[in-house]
Design a protein around this ligand. Sequence first.
Ligand SMILES: [Zn+2]
Length: 378
Amino acid sequence: MRSRKKAGSDPRIPVLAGMIILLVLAAGTAGILIHRSNERRAEETAAEAEKETEPEEEPEQEAGAETKTEERQAKIVADTLPNETKAPAEVPESTVGTVPEEESTLAEESTAAEQTVVASELIPFTEELRFAEYSKIHTDPAVLYRVSGPGARGLTVCVNAGHGTRGGASVKTQCHPDGTPKVTGGSTAAGALTATAVSGGMTFRDGTPEPVVTLQEALILRDILIGRGYNVLMIRETDDVQLDNIARTVLANSYADCHIALHWDSSESDKGAFFMSVPDNGGYKNMDPVKDTWEISELLGESLIEGLRNRGVKIWSDGSLDMDLTQTSYSSVASVDIELGDRVSPHTPEQLGLLAEGLADGVDLFFSRAGNRQETGQ
Ligand SMILES: [Zn+2]
């Protein structure tokens, strides 16, 4: 059964598919950036099943896998296109990837100083990063999108599309950096010293693999967050990235202010969204680096759930489940695994857009609350 919770007057997903990012700047200057990137690596992924959410390929992109890395590295500064005032949702889908001609006349009205620019760069995993020695799979880079200009917030969100590491299920990594055993059961039993480096994920009852949906969600969330002025560290933008859960966490620790891993649960009751909270276990909460991050991670998880709930997303129980995860155990920044539904939950483009808006709202809440905590010394 696919019980849809549909908001009465569903807001249109404000960010259209793909690498086009429209940033509505302050009224008056009303600058808008359209970021078009040719760094797309994911077109061969199963995201094609949901064309509306799939970032489209830049028309002028050159073929040739062997040149991709150089192109991506050279493509530091993204194309920027000038002001417009139309809401993104009003741009016809057929114009995705192009600038509607009637709007391009605004080009000359903006100056470079008013424009918000999105640049991207590859972020390799390197051995000197903290906890790097515990990772077993780390040959691929992540991608960091940096927003600069008037819309920039100077904060970086790591968006981690859960699963999607070929071969990761047959590799084991240490559960905790200090070698202590896992304190809760889950996909790995309590007491275990090692866990699967990256599991394959579940399969939705309609046959869709979880990693396909987490990637679709991640790409939508990426664009919304960039549209709100956040830098985004993307762990995965294709169906396979050779980064295990520890490597993903190491990169988030080093390059982001918070880390959000996107998942769907393996239950079959459409029970709603929840996040994996830090187990209420004294030893675990005193373990390095959890002792320094568990409170801020809880704040992140609670903020994400609140953002989702405010958008009308179904929430399971109180919105959290205690779980000792590898991700949490190695995180030195606020870090959450969030389960956005389960095997029978809808994963239509509309639902994924709604979830992404809720998550982005949660990110806004999190940073405002985290900032308040710092100011008040809490
Ligand atoms: Zn998962």
